[in-house]
Design a protein around this ligand. Sequence first.
Ligand code: ADP
Ligand code: MG
Length: 247
Amino acid sequence: MSDTTRPVVEISGLHKSFGSLQVLKGVDLQVRRGQVVCVIGPSGSGKSTLLRCVNLLEEPSSGSVVVNGVELTDPDCDIDAARVRIGMVFQSFNLFAHLSVLENLTVAQRKVLRRSKEQAEEVARRNLARVGLTDKEHSMPAQLSGGQQQRAAIARALSMDPEVMLFDEPTSALDPELVGDVLGVMRQLAEEGMTMLVVTHEMQFAREVADQVVFMDGGGIIEQGDPADVIGAPSHERTRTFLSRVL
Ligand code: ADP
Ligand code: MG
């Protein structure tokens, strides 16, 4: 049985280099069950690499990543099995263009979780309702707005019953008027108790929804804590400089 007191995500001493380029220089970070942790920081600071290391889309150079008590960095770990319950939503929407919205939501449920067509469709419809897309199940991705595509991508991830959801700047490719709907869905997930690790430039969202805000720069965590402190009253000069550019 899973240990409910243990953090869902435990990152320790994480280093990642690409050739001679050191991108992560020893990151320690935990996300507890039901917590929302927002990662902010300048472009190139390693935020996406950090998130990609959490589901081993990138292989860490050293350090450990434990999700749900399973050490993904253990060479004997069955990564595919461990990854099933880590939902990931990217900046680009990544829907399968040749499949309808409903099929996008059912394909992995059927192939990976071995759910029947009926079961998978029931779960898919429940999650489409959660993101406000009930009337779009027969649409093709190209027929949806960017905001609708991103909400469909979130519903697809939710249909795998994730223990944690990773979001990498989910609204930064959207037209400004579509950002609010996606943030609204994320806010609702947070209220429902979903464990979330979110890279975002939406400071208002981070301030209102995050339990913890992490400021990264140069491949490391410069400061982290309560959003009111990190965003409202940062203690480091680098955080202040970053915030003065984005706020
Ligand atoms: P952020 O998401 O904070 O903008 P990234 O994690 O995307 O930062 O990138 C951090 C640094 O790592 C950048 O200098 C980027 O060019 C480099 N980088 C990211 N992915 C790769 C890769 N696959 N190969 C080489 N360099 C990479
Ligand atoms: Mg990035």
